[in-house]
Design a protein around this ligand. Sequence first.
Ligand code: C5P
Length: 262
Amino acid sequence: MNQKKLIAEGAEVAEGKRPKKGFLQPSASSASSAVQSMVDIPVIAIDGPSASGKGTIAERVARALGFHYLDSGALYRLVALAAVKEATRLDDEAALARRALHLHVTFEGGEIFLFGQKVTEAIRSEECGIGASRVAALPAVRAALLSRQRAFRQPPGLVAEGRDMTTVVFPDATLKIFLTASAEIRAERRYKQLKEKGINANIRTLLQELHERDQRDSARSVAPLQKAADARELDSTGLGIEEIVRQVLDWYRQKVAGSQTL
Ligand code: C5P
């Protein structure tokens, strides 16, 4: 493989291609970005519960603006998957934090490799999502992933989605969105996604799992899922993807225009 590699906070990432799903690779402009203060780089931070559509919306908004995209949930999923592969218990906080700190991840043309093994699809399983929400409740794991996430703030800008993008990781984000949708709609969306992948699913079980995951994500003591005081709430129930993307872009442009007239 002759692609130049960049190393960011322990993540080995291939340069020059933007993944379909996953997160950006710090770009070739990383070196020049050192001169540009991090706070000058715009961030659109989107938080919300499972299956609220954050991933799709964040990716589309990033594409429309030519920004990078961070899927922070993928990091927690990767830690959970690595733990399962290594037979690390999902409550062994110290071991999981070490793993999170030294996670060897490669991104190449939309694919994600964990220690050289392709895991793009594997991390999307419901099982991995549930494992992710367990490891994500551990403070040391969250701390270990913090600087890795912030390293994705690269010019010309970043769209980051997850549960604590607006509150903990990018509290100074240019625009903060809390994206919601009814649990029923979210379960339906997840059901359709799984069906499209040929995976059998039961909508009632999915709804139950969503409720449990929401509960765990909102009730945990560290970085719980909550709406930041300065976030705009966007309920996607009954809205199409294009409408939501347009709304986010409108809010962003208003924000930027507002700050330029100050
Ligand atoms: O967004 P996604 O479903 O891929 O996230 C998987 C799990 O990772 C979530 O249920 C949540 O517990 C955790 N997570 C988190 N903080 C983030 C992103 C994800 O705690 N910023």
